[in-house]
Design a protein around this ligand. Structure first.
Ligand code: UDP
Length: 324
């Protein structure tokens, strides 16, 4: 299969590129390198192009036949989306529309789209399944939900087959520490914990210990980036026999508090990890845990990384290997 990976120089996209290449698929990477890294594209062919430039998309699709597109390009920081909503709607919605139109012009009918738990907003259930109300509380989540709606309409109007995969908390790195999570401005918990342990990041802050959770800190569902890659490939296969627009939640179904993450990381690095308790971060729901029963049953998804310790260990190996 020949797959175009939009955003293949980013964190999840680069793991996808490797996953497909190892399984003998042909990969072409489209990335504008605004937040992605050229050195993360170690397999396949990198084409620098921008979703905001439709002519450049035509040139990408003209290069070779594409059987399916996986679309990871997005701005994805909740706080930034609140401060710069136009940038988020332009990049995440208009950019995706440009991609969809190019796919239509070039008769490419299968898409796997990176969606997010942020489409659900504040949860009204302990475990979030696909039927949970979708009331995003920030422009990032709203932009992703808009695209999900567009995909439903595109299935009806143009026969586009799509799967939206709603990630909970993506984490970890390849076992051989070859690629990992490298954001220029790091906001995520596990990299921040590990960077503070290495002394390569700022002092660790724990945002809020007064939530209505067992230890007062936020609970999240951490899912390994290679398990996400596995789900994308299964999703493309699924579209072979399933027309329409589909959506699946992807998580491990188990929540860990921020304190539990810090404690597990301390065991992994073999040292205590200092932190200071800071005020709550705006827009953080107390608990986000996925039900992934639908993905398991319908896609045949079986996450390999079900324990938090090994997920953090894989991230730690990669962090240690970096020059920073
Ligand atoms: N968090 C924290 N310190 C950090 C980064 C994150 O306490 O340096 C908390 C954050 O407030 C949230 C949880 O860790 O409760 C997970 O945050 P992350 O940004 O990793 O993922 P999100 O759930 O926001 O997508």
């Amino acid at each position: 299969m020949s797959v175009l990976i939009c955003g293949g120089a980013g964190y999840i996209g680069s793991h996808m590129v490797r996953w497909l290449t190892e399984r003998d698929h042909e990969v072409m990477v489209l990335d504008n390198l605004s937040t992605g890294h050229r050195e993360a594209v170690q397999w396949g062919q990198l084409v620098e192009a921008d979703l905001m430039d439709p002519a450049s998309l035509d040139r990408v699709f003209a290069r070779r036949n594409v059987d399916a597109v996986m679309h990871f390009c997005a701005r994805s920081l909740v706080g930034e989306s609140v401060a710069q909503p136009y940038a988020y709607y332009a990049n995440n919605v208009t950019g995706t529309l440009n991609l969809l139109e190019a796919m239509r012009r070039h008769d490419v009918k299968r898409l796997v789209f990176s969606s997010t738990a942020a489409v659900f907003g504040n949860p009204v259930a302990d475990v979030i399944d696909e039927e949970h109300p979708k009331t995003p509380i920030n422009p990032y989540g709203a932009s992703k939900l808009m695209v999900e709606r567009i995909l439903t309409d595109a299935a009806e109007a143009y026969g586009l087959r799509s799967v939206a995969l709603r990630y909970f908390n993506a984490a970890g790195a390849t076992s051989d520490a070859c690629i990992g999570e490298a954001h220029a401005c790091e906001t995520h918990l596990i990299p921040n914990v590990l960077k503070s342990a290495l002394g390569t990041g700022p002092a660790l802050k724990l945002f809020g210990d007064d939530y209505a959770t067992p230890d007062g800190t936020c609970v999240r569902d951490y899912v390994h980036v290679e398990d996400l890659a596995q789900a994308h490939l299964l999703a493309v296969d699924y579209l072979q026999d399933h027309p329409g627009a589909h959506a699946f939640n992807l998580g491990n179904g188990r929540g860990f508090s921020v304190r539990e993450v810090i404690e597990t990381a301390a065991t992994v690095v073999g040292n205590s990890i200092d932190y200071e308790v800071a005020p709550r971060r705006t827009g953080d729901p107390a608990v986000l845990v996925a039900s992934s029963s639908k993905a398991r049953e319908q896609l045949g998804w079986t996450p390999a990384w079900t324990e938090l310790g090994p997920i953090i260990e894989s991230a730690w190996r990669w962090h240690q290997s970096q020059p920073w």
